[in-house]
Design a protein around this ligand. Sequence first.
Ligand SMILES: C[S@@+](CC[C@H](N)C(=O)[O-])C[C@H]1O[C@@H](n2cnc3c(N)ncnc32)[C@H](O)[C@@H]1O
Length: 242
Amino acid sequence: MNATDPFDSDMQTQIEGLKADRDVQALSRIWLRETSPHRYVYNFKWMGRPIIQFPQDMMAMQEIVWATRPDLIIETGVAHGGSVLYYASLLELMGHGEVIGIDIEIRAHNRKAIEEHPMNRRLRLIEGSSIDPNVIAQVQELAKGKRAIVVLDSNHSHDHVLAELRAYAPLVCKGGYCVVMDTVVEDLPASLIAEGRPWSLGNNPKTAVHEFLKESDEFVIDRDLEAKLLITVAPDGYLKRI
Ligand SMILES: C[S@@+](CC[C@H](N)C(=O)[O-])C[C@H]1O[C@@H](n2cnc3c(N)ncnc32)[C@H](O)[C@@H]1O
């Protein structure tokens, strides 16, 4: 955001308006709740691969990637590959940088499709748990000397996300972000959480974020981003390193 740019200063005014508008916030919460049973988040693909994200959050990620121009984007949780290939495609457009995608299980058909994808040239996959000390050590080694940003989107339980935050947030560059996806779990009715998931109300990415922020004064929640998105899976989850 550039305070001297009229477009940006108008945007800031609009964001302040949204922060004060309880009706539009309530409407957005209703929208999130009512689209969830329709599995709305599973409706999209990026360059042919399923991406389990809201388009709004991916616009925010594009703004973050452009503003921070990272050497490295680390994401935990690859699934079908859509999001790691999305980040790789942004870096390809910018002509710089690499993505590391970590997943405990990369199924053969997903790995094949990802490895055959034209954006794979900017992507490195690591198979293993994101909180396995060997995986963390590998990523720490690859991140040495690099300006990194991080996206956490794997197991959404409190303990797992907190362990990920402790392991990966220190790799984020100053001004960069550690984005914690699916903090919205805390804000939705418990009945919407799929059966058998190891997360629940009171045990999810948002609770992990709040505990992590008690331990670290190096990150703040970017309230402007979530205010302007309105529709996001990551309320309180856009953590900026200051
Ligand atoms: C929500 S999906 C990721 C979606 C993906 N980021 C996207 O936007 O398309 C969650 C993924 O986390 C992976 N996962 C679960 N537990 C994990 C762990 N301990 N370490 C790494 N990945 C894990 C699952 O295998 C699954 O593929």
